[in-house]
Design a protein around this ligand. Structure first.
Ligand code: AMP
Length: 300
């Protein structure tokens, strides 16, 4: 079935204990779509500047990622810089330059407005709402966000959340957003706002799935090496939503959500093995299924 993602497409400067990359292709929609396209066709809504590398656009096209909703505007691409601490979990944002995002207003191609699945990746909540406003049917909507927007735009974010079905969020963000001391109360806070499916990402401790009153817990999938965690949450969301979008939206059951959690976890484990999109670009479905088999044995 069809899957549309709106999110950032960026040039990142990333420093980790394993090295440094400048102006590397990144952004929430980038990592999401490169992970999701293994499972279902993906269309991107976003914006880049005229400095965005042609090679990266070609890479999207090579993977059948639809770019009709990608605007190329005169000016510089959104840029973000982050530096990780030695534990590779905590990081400082060194800079955020909005550039072409400053004046961006998404316009969806007609076919995107009838999509079955929509993912509102990490981006300004106002833009997430603008995309929701253009929908002509009722897609299954997933949403991700970050501390930056919880601090600056909490009301708009809560409005976008109330119009979504699935929230993918990390443990610290859920506490910050809900202003509740305990995770479980934060989950209830989100469910009370509308979305019945809440996925809590817990870094090296894995992820939890809350689906109405049902609940499942997953560890992380062991990676070969940890080089750069930037975008792991987006790759997780891409694997998760991409797998769901390979099913009929009307027939989704709790077991499908559970399987999607496994694909999300596996895609995140590949992402962290390289800087930027390197590993996601070289992956094939056989490697994904092999790791999926190893992970399933681990958790069975
Ligand atoms: P994550 O590691 O999952 O937090 O995702 C990191 C990605 O988010 C990087 O590729 C950044 O370009 C992107 N990013 C960072 N800050 C923002 C922001 N304020 N809005 C949208 N995307 C962002």
């Amino acid at each position: 079935m069809s899957l549309v993602v709106v999110g950032s497409i960026a040039l990142d400067t990333v420093i980790t204990p394993k090295g440094r990359r400048d102006d590397a292709v990144g952004g929430s929609a980038t990592f999401f779509s490169l992970a999701a396209q293994h499972f279902s066709p993906v269309s991107i809504v976003g914006v880049v500047g005229t400095d965005f590398p042609r090679r990266a656009i070609d890479e999207f096209k090579k993977r059948n990622i639809d770019l009709e909703g990608l605007a190329i505007k005169e000016g510089k691409t959104f840029r973000w810089g982050g530096e990780y601490k030695t534990n590779m979990k905590n990081r400082d944002t060194i800079f955020t330059e909005l550039n072409v995002f400053k004046t961006f207003s998404p316009i969806l191609p007609p076919s995107y407005k009838k999509t079955d699945f929509l993912f509102l990746a990490n981006i300004h909540p106002e833009l997430q709402l603008q995309v929701l406003d253009q929908m002509e049917e009722n897609p299954l909507v997933g949403l991700d966000s970050m501390n930056h927007w919880i601090e600056r735009s909490r009301d708009k974010l809560l409005e976008a959340i109330s119009r979504s079905n699935i929230i993918i969020i990390n443990d610290e963000e859920i506490i910050q957003l809900s202003q509740m001391p305990f995770l479980i109360d934060g989950v209830k806070f989100i469910q009370d706002h509308g979305p019945q499916t809440v996925i809590v990402k817990k870094g090296k401790y894995g992820a939890e799935l809350f689906h109405g009153a049902q609940h499942a817990i997953y560890p992380i999938c062991p990676e070969e090496q940890l080089i750069d965690p930037t975008g792991a949450g987006d790759a997780f969301a891409g694997g998760f939503m991409g797998f769901l979008a390979s099913k009929n939206v009307k027939d989704l059951k709790f077991d499908d959500y559970r399987e999607a959690m496994i694909y999300g976890t596996v895609m995140a484990s590949f992402l962290v093995e390289s800087f930027s999109t390197d590993k996601l670009e070289s992956l094939n479905i056989d490697e994904i299924n092999e790791r999926m088999g190893i992970f399933c044995k681990l958790i069975s």
